[in-house]
Design a binder for this molecule. Structure first.
Ligand code: GAL
Length: 385
């Protein structure tokens, strides 16, 4: 911990304690100044707003956060918003009305919650942004996430490994291509999208510049390649259109695709298989990256269909969020290990960043099975329990 961080934390703790003293709402969390009885964790409810149940990742996050909060003694109000912004706004409004003491929020659109969070702040309810930063508001107290730029670097690296430009240690092999690739980015309203993109494109750019990699569509700007709501169908459609426009009729063969998320990867792979590229990488299917180690994609990796994913252990993220909630409940500031990167336009939000890993067929077992994230049976079935 740097002394700068400690100074900031100390300052912030004072502000936190003052806020708690002045707080009259249910969220005078724990610090219990101003003659109020300190609230114990057992009397506190944490509202947990998750974006969607259409992705396993968020179901797992919701379950992990809920169970770990309950273990810590909190009551939990867990809601999923079906990737619909008004639904998420309404759910958070209701959490506040029902007396939530702390909020943990994984936003759908990082800019759409300012009103809700203002209402929460007015009642001194601490707000923890979960995985996705919430933008354009002072009212975010802490952020738990992974090192999102590094996730992008790992995505770019895994694509280069799949193409054989880098070896498994990340060393250049001398392979010069040229390889035909296409690029996909995540949802434009998710703050993480630009971080993943930047990490990936910084990794790929030297090879684009030297001609080892070529993008036949010419679509190399993030704004040209985003995928609203991270939708698998949208990605499949864009891949189909790219194939028709740039790779049809015996023209160039595609070799690889940068994909920022497993659902998008599966859409891309379906389009490629339908276009006759083959069922597996060995049969000629282009190599595709991913993210989240979703079980359907882990099976595809295990069977040589998708090349790689990035494993972000959602159990650890949940632990970090719960520890942050416990700190707020005691009137303290949660531990942060990054107080510079995540500027939301109104403030730099203190963040705790976790590390992620590249998963390819060879390390599914040590990374995912041995750690208990997925069982060997689930990997084989391509389905969680
Ligand atoms: C991002 C998240 C990724 C992935 C994606 C689609 O915000 O960081 O891990 O889950 O959303 O859900």
């Amino acid at each position: 911990m740097t002394s700068r961080w400690m100074a900031m934390a100390a300052g912030a703790t004072m502000i936190g304690a003052l806020a708690a003293c002045g707080g009259s709402g249910a969220g005078g969390a724990g610090a219990g100044g101003g003659g109020e009885e300190p609230q114990s964790i057992e009397d506190m409810t944490v509202g947990v707003a998750m974006p969607t149940e259409t992705s396993e990742r968020w179901i797992a996050d919701g379950a992990a956060v809920e169970s770990q909060l309950e273990e810590a003694g909190f009551e939990v109000d867990l809601q999923f918003a079906n990737d619909d912004i008004p639904t998420q706004q309404q759910q958070i409004d209701q959490m506040i009305t029902k007396g939530a003491d702390i909020l943990i929020v994984a936003s759908i659109d990082g800019t759409a919650l300012a009103n809700q969070l203002k209402a929460a702040a007015n009642q001194d309810i601490p707000i923890i942004a979960y995985d996705r930063l919430i933008n354009g508001t002072e009212n975010v107290d802490h952020y738990v996430t992974f090192d999102n730029y590094q996730v992008g670097v790992q995505q770019g690296t895994s694509l280069l490994r799949g193409l054989g430009v880098l070896d498994e240690n990340g060393e250049e092999t001398g392979e010069e291509g040229p390889f035909a690739i296409e690029l996909f980015a995540g949802s434009p309203d998710d703050n993480n999208t630009a971080f993943f993109w930047q990490g990936a494109i910084d990794t790929l750019q030297p090879y684009l510049d030297s001609g080892v990699l070529e993008v036949a569509s010419g679509q190399t700007e993030m704004d040209q390649v985003t995928t609203l709501r991270w939708s698998q169908e949208t990605a499949q459609k864009r891949m189909e259109d790219l194939l028709t426009a740039h790779y049809g009729g015996g023209k160039e063969q595609l070799d690889g695709v940068l994909s920022p998320y497993d659902g998008i990867s599966r859409g891309i792979i379906t389009a490629l298989q339908n276009a006759g590229y083959g069922d597996t990488i060995e049969d000629g299917l282009p190599v595709t990256s991913g993210q989240d180690a979703e079980i359907a994609s882990v099976k595809l990796i295990d069977t040589g269909v998708q090349f790689a994913t990035i494993f972000k252990d959602t159990r650890k993220l949940a632990t970090q969020a719960v520890e942050a909630a416990e700190s707020f409940a005691k009137g303290e500031d949660p531990e942060a290990n990054d107080t510079e990167t995540y500027d939301n336009g109104k403030k730099v939000v203190p963040a705790f960043l976790l590390e992620s890993d590249i998963v390819v067929a060879e390390n599914i077992e040590p990374l995912l099975v041995d750690s208990g994230y997925w069982t060997a049976e689930e990997v084989e079935a391509g389905q969680g329990d």
